[in-house]
Design a binder for this molecule. Structure first.
Ligand code: PLP
Length: 389
């Protein structure tokens, strides 16, 4: 047997794998992992078939088909008032997780510190560790989870080389404010700190809010690597296709890693998406569609002991069971899965420093029937179903 000096000795099985296995075991309704259980629009599926028949079956150009990148440049100009060159500033990647890893591997060297708010999307920490960097989780304040730049400010050291910002934020659903972005600008100007902005939920934003991106602020954009996911935009998370927008001087470096880590991205999907996204309604309708689902779940749980926290964006809502049970989050989630037949993710599993606040995350990007069925089961809590403590 060879001896492996693991880079990740403390990394357990992903909470999503663990909870999904439990969901299967107990035939629970799975509101754990963030993916839709409803079908995507058939049009881009037909587009992929057509692209394959038309011969788009070989390697795409490393940075992606220009026709798609031009669409993205036009979209970014329209939404954020900033022009990006499709040739030299936009790169298509095999999903946002890959894009994030590429950005981290490009700019982070041994012992460089990377700051991000805690809780966080679970790929940030291992990606930083994989390239020898030091992940620094900055706990958000409870219960508002405000993306507060002062929290980051206190953690900046001479070793800080990158900040990862996620807005709308998974798993809390909060979004950044204009004042916070301006503060971030003031904090970073004159430094060499790169800002990676994970914007995968840019179109999943509620109550008439507009998504704010650092790309819109000229002095922030020069240091911003903006990461996006078509999987989230078009309800096709399994396609694993996304993109990076970054100024030319950043993109040149990013592509040195991208060309050796992925080289290029699935050709037929690029052609299909380029055609499909010509109509902005294909992604603009997402917010209204998901807002109805958020509200349906909230409304259906109003008589249950689970209390929703405010959510401004993303697929997720946190529910508090404080006052109902003293069980720690993970134990509660396992109990809920087994006894109520509904799977959620304990927030503490997505945190390093944040602690246990009796919160569970549900994904509401599910069919109305799934949400209603889950809510019916959860409404038994406190009536016919009681936790052990
Ligand atoms: C905040 C965040 N970033 C990135 C991703 C990954 O996106 P992709 O599926 O395109 O890799 C997710 C998926 O859940 C996410 O929630």
């Amino acid at each position: 047997m060879i001896t492996i000096n693991s880079k990740f000795p403390d990394t357990p099985t992903s909470i999503f794998t663990e909870m999904s296995q439990l969901a299967i075991q107990h035939s629970a309704i799975n509101l754990g992992q963030g993916f839709p259980d409803y079908p995507m629009d058939p049009l881009p599926i037909q587009g992929v078939t057509k692209a394959m028949e038309d011969g788009y079956n070989q390697y795409a150009p490393s940075s992606g088909y220009l026709v798609l990148r031009e669409k993205l440049a036009a979209k970014t100009l329209k939404e954020h008032g900033q022009s990006f060159d499709a040739q030299s500033e936009i790169t298509i990647t095999p999903g946002a997780t890959n894009a994030l890893f590429t950005a981290i591997a490009t700019f982070i060297k041994e012992n460089d510190e990377v700051l991000y708010f805690d809780p966080a999307y679970d790929s940030y920490r291992p990606s930083v560790i994989a390239v020898g960097g030091v992940p620094i989780a900055v706990p958000l304040s409870y219960p508002d989870f405000k993306l507060d730049i002062d929290l980051l400010k206190d953690k900046i050291t001479p070793a800080t080389k990158m900040i990862i910002l996620n807005t709308p934020h998974n798993p809390t659903g909060v979004t950044i404010t204009e004042a916070a972005l301006l503060k971030l600008h003031d904090l970073l100007v004159g430094t060499n700190i790169i800002l990676v902005c994970d914007e995968v939920y840019e179109h999943v934003i509620y109550d008439g809010q507009k998504h704010l991106s650092p790309l819109a602020y000229p002095q922030l954009r020069e240091r911003t690597v903006s990461v996006h996911s078509f999987g989230k935009m078009f309800n096709c998370t399994g396609w694993k296709i996304g993109y990076i927008i970054a100024d030319k001087h950043l993109t040149e470096e990013i592509r040195k890693v991208h060309q050796n880590n992925a080289f290029s991205t699935f050709s037929p999907a690029q052609m299909a998406i380029a055609e499909y996204m010509s109509d902005p309604d294909t992604y603009q309708r997402l917010a209204g569609f998901l807002q109805m689902k958020r509200d349906l779940l909230m409304q259906s749980l109003k008589d249950s002991p689970l209390k929703p926290l405010a959510v401004q964006g993303s697929y997720f809502q946190l529910y508090s069971y404080e006052g109902f049970s003293l069980m720690p989050e993970k134990e509660f989630a396992i109990w809920l899965n087994r006894e109520a037949g509904v799977t959620g993710i304990p927030l503490s599993a997505l945190c390093e420093q944040f602690g246990d606040h009796k919160l569970i995350r549900f994904c509401f990007a599910k069919q109305d029937e799934t949400l209603k069925k889950a809510a019916k089961r959860l409404c038994r809590l406190g009536r016919s179903l009681h936790p052990p403590y």
